[in-house]
Design a binder for this molecule. Structure first.
Ligand SMILES: [Zn+2]
Length: 312
């Protein structure tokens, strides 16, 4: 397809452009895990070789058997994630933003081993520690926090929701965005989360629904931001809903870097691939300038607003 190259000066000195139907600006995967016992840096290389430029490296909880039982153990685990980020920066040369936090599933599992009180205290202490790393500039967001994605007792469910409100309040006070791991109950889940945001003082936009479905329309998201899981079918839903978005959305794989489950999740090349596919879909329906404008938001303005400006 013939397209006119469009250029625009933007954040910093970076020039955004679509040339010959391809996006040549930044490409963010806003939720990916790397494991020192998995592919680690080489998975990040795949992302970079496919055209990826920015990664949100999300702390990986030690499922199933390596769960930290003290705040000191949590700290060691966080340091492991920070070291992985440094290794990727050094060896791959891409921009890595770290997201630290205690996983809600770890909290739920540890209720049955440590008890509710101890597990909850460890969870809140781990949030506070993650926010310290954010304050120091070593991490940019809190996550993944949220609530169990599977059925639990009423008592645990109520505790999870009360705790999430506290966690959101802590994030709001620190002015730090959060990535949410939650159950998949469609718009109902988002409506409930939006209500907890409002009670806690956290702006809905600063609460990012991770592993979000591709419906980015306001009536579905209730104003939460989405980190959209970019599976094969995501593009058609994005094409149907992006005009109705009132918040922000970005793209993710939730790559797990688990050698025992290859193919269980999206691979590290997925977001660069889908980004280019989105461009060609858009160019079939809107002009190059409008396409560039949307890409500019998804791959630069919105992730920068959440996770920090892009270095020129
Ligand atoms: Zn994840």
């Amino acid at each position: 397809m013939e397209t006119t190259p469009v250029r625009r000066e933007s954040i910093g000195l970076m020039i955004m452009t679509i040339t010959e139907g391809r996006w040549t600006g930044p490409i963010w995967d806003t939720h990916l895990h790397l494991d020192p016992n998995g592919r680690g840096v080489s998975a990040a290389k795949d992302f970079a070789n496919a055209g990826g430029t920015h990664l949100c490296l999300v702390h990986k909880p030690g499922f199933p058997s390596n769960l930290p039982e003290s705040i000191n153990a949590v700290k060691q685990a966080y340091i492991g994630t920070l070291e992985m980020a440094n290794a990727v920066r050094r060896e791959v040369g891409i921009d890595v933003r770290v997201i630290l936090g205690p996983h809600p599933v770890v909290w739920e599992k540890q209720i049955h081993t440590l008890g509710l009180e101890k597990s909850s205290q460890l969870h809140i202490d781990s949030v506070a520690l993650a926010l310290e790393y954010c304050a120091e500039g070593q991490a940019v967001a809190l996550g993944e926090v949220g609530r169990p994605h599977y059925p639990v007792s009423d008592e645990i469910w109520d505790a999870a929701n009360e705790q999430l409100e506290v966690v959101m309040h802590m994030a709001a006070q620190a002015d730090i965005p959060i990535q949410l791991h939650v159950e998949d109950n469609g718009a109902q889940t988002n409506a409930e989360l939006a209500a907890i945001c409002d009670r806690s003082g956290l702006m809905r936009k600063r609460a990012v629904h991770h592993y979000a479905t591709a419906n980015v329309g306001e009536s579905f998201t209730h104003g939460l931001s989405s980190s959209v899981s970019m599976g094969k079918d995501s593009l058609s839903t994005i094409m149907e809903t992006y005009r109705h978005c009132s918040s922000t959305w970005t793209m993710e794989t939730d790559y797990l870097d688990d050698l025992s489950r290859p193919g269980a999740v999206l691979g590290p090349k997925t977001v660069p691939k889908r980004t280019q596919a989105l461009v060609s879909n858009l160019l079939g329906t809107i002009d190059a300038e409008q396409t560039e404008d949307l890409l500019h938001h998804v791959q630069s303005i919105w992730p920068s607003a959440l996770y920090g400006e892009i270095d020129p």
